[in-house]
Design a protein around this ligand. Structure first.
Ligand SMILES: Cc1cc2nc3c(=O)[nH]c(=O)nc-3n(C[C@H](O)[C@H](O)[C@H](O)COP(=O)(O)O)c2cc1C
Length: 389
């Protein structure tokens, strides 16, 4: 399955994904929590950014590489952790990890991934996979997962601070996805019937499981996920847990989901190595500011003590440059990558990454910047606040 030569952007990938996925799966991917205000803000605030065009800038030696925790990333993008990628395409995390790491970027394996870390590490370029681990009520699950990272010599741990409490994604509720497997409505049955390739992949391809967790030695099945989560979710997770992890984990720690200066400072005081500004793409908590609009506040609080990453609404190379002009070191891709995966598996993800990188390079050029690390607020004409308000 390939994407046509007319698919030239993240938006085109999204269109192709829409044609290939049943509506309930597309809605699961595109949707956000409640009124989806945060989803809209992420995008609108990025698009409202105006860059300053510079002429006759000498751009010899121009490149797109950035440094992430002491290692070079050839591109300014990494893939944010995403669970359920197997619903988009059987290549799932394996295809995405291959595509991004071959391009010289980093893949973050989700704590909720349907593919085991072992499979992902075997497929990816060495040293380019980071692992996300969640705090479960039974901390043995958490410990086992950490042990697995150590076994694979993964030395960057990403902790999710943006999904402790439940979500209310109303599109999913309309499709009955609160029960897994769902009892399909007639329109959803028709939507599936019109996409036999997707149905065949789900029925006969890679089984969608929670690859990181097991019951009696077997990966959790889809039907077991809900009760397992209900039993294991822990809303008492606190800074104390982070402090304990800091003591026991020798590698680097990235805290994802930081959306204000106070939390950034507290995380740094506890020894976190990088701050990841994320509102989970507006999928967990609505009525938050856009990520791009809080990067500067967080960068100021961090005051050069750590790297700052950001994600949320990135569909163009220009979006990444906007985030970097606010002080982000590197930028995460969420839905854009999942749409590309659905549109055409690993090849389409590679194509998307190449497109975004080329857009980024062009935008840098027009702004007169030869090194992403030098993209500061002076490349912009305006500040944040143009979003969906
Ligand atoms: C299908 C899907 C699954 C996700 N799963 C996770 C996850 O397991 N862990 C996590 O920290 N974030 C998860 N996220 C959030 C992403 O890491 C990221 O923060 C968000 O998608 C960025 O916004 P964007 O989709 O607008 O690029 C998920 C997002 C999507 C779309």
């Amino acid at each position: 399955m390939t994407t046509s030569s007319r698919v030239v952007s993240a938006e085109d990938m999204k269109g192709a994904a829409k044609r290939r996925l049943p509506k309930m799966v597309f809605d699961f991917l595109e949707g956000g929590v409640l009124d989806e205000i945060t989803v809209a803000r992420n995008t609108a605030d990025l698009r409202a950014v105006e860059f300053k065009q510079r002429t006759l800038a000498e751009l010899e030696g121009s490149h797109t590489a950035v440094s992430m925790l002491g290692r070079q990333s050839d591109i300014p993008f990494f893939v944010s952790p995403m669970g359920m990628l197997g619903m988009m395409h059987p290549h799932a995390d394996v295809g995405v990890a291959r595509a991004i790491t071959r391009a010289g970027g980093t893949f973050i394996h989700s704590a909720w991934s349907g593919v085991t870390l072992d499979e992902v590490v075997a497929a990816a370029e060495p040293g380019r996979v980071w692992g996300q681990v969640n705090y479960w009520k039974n901390r043995e699950h958490t410990e086992r997962h950490l042990e697995n990272l150590r076994k694979h010599a993964i030395d960057v741990l990403v902790l999710p601070g943006d999904c402790v409490f439940g979500d209310k994604r109303e599109r999913d509720l309309h499709h009955g996805l609160n029960n897994l497997p769902p009892r399909l409505s007639i329109p959803d049955m028709i939507s599936c019937a019109l996409r036999p390739a997707w149905v065949a992949n789900i029925l006969f391809g890679r089984k969608v499981t929670y690859g990181n967790y097991t019951i009696n030695g077997r990966p959790l099945k889809m039907s077991q996920m809900k009760p397992w989560m209900a039993e294991n979710e822990d809303v008492t997770v606190s800074w104390r847990d982070l402090a304990k992890t800091r003591e026991n984990w020798q590698g680097k720690i990235v805290l994802k989901g930081v959306m204000c200066a106070e939390d950034a400072r507290r995380a740094l005081d506890l020894g976190v190595d990088a701050i990841f500004v994320s509102n989970h793409g507006g999928r967990q908590f609505d009525r938050q500011p856009s990520t791009v609009s809080v990067i500067e506040e967080v960068v100021e609080a961090v005051d050069g003590r750590a790297e700052v990453y950001a994600d949320g609404g990135v569909t163009r190379g220009h979006d990444a440059l906007a985030m970097m002009s606010a002080g982000a070191t590197a930028v995460g891709l969420g839905r854009s990558v999942a749409y590309a995966l659905a549109a055409g598996g690993e090849a389409a993800v590679s194509k998307l990454i190449a497109q975004l990188t080329s857009e980024f390079e062009q935008a840098m050029g027009f702004c007169g910047v030869a090194d992403p690390a030098l993209a500061g607020p002076e490349i912009r004409r305006n500040t944040w606040g143009g979003g969906a308000r």
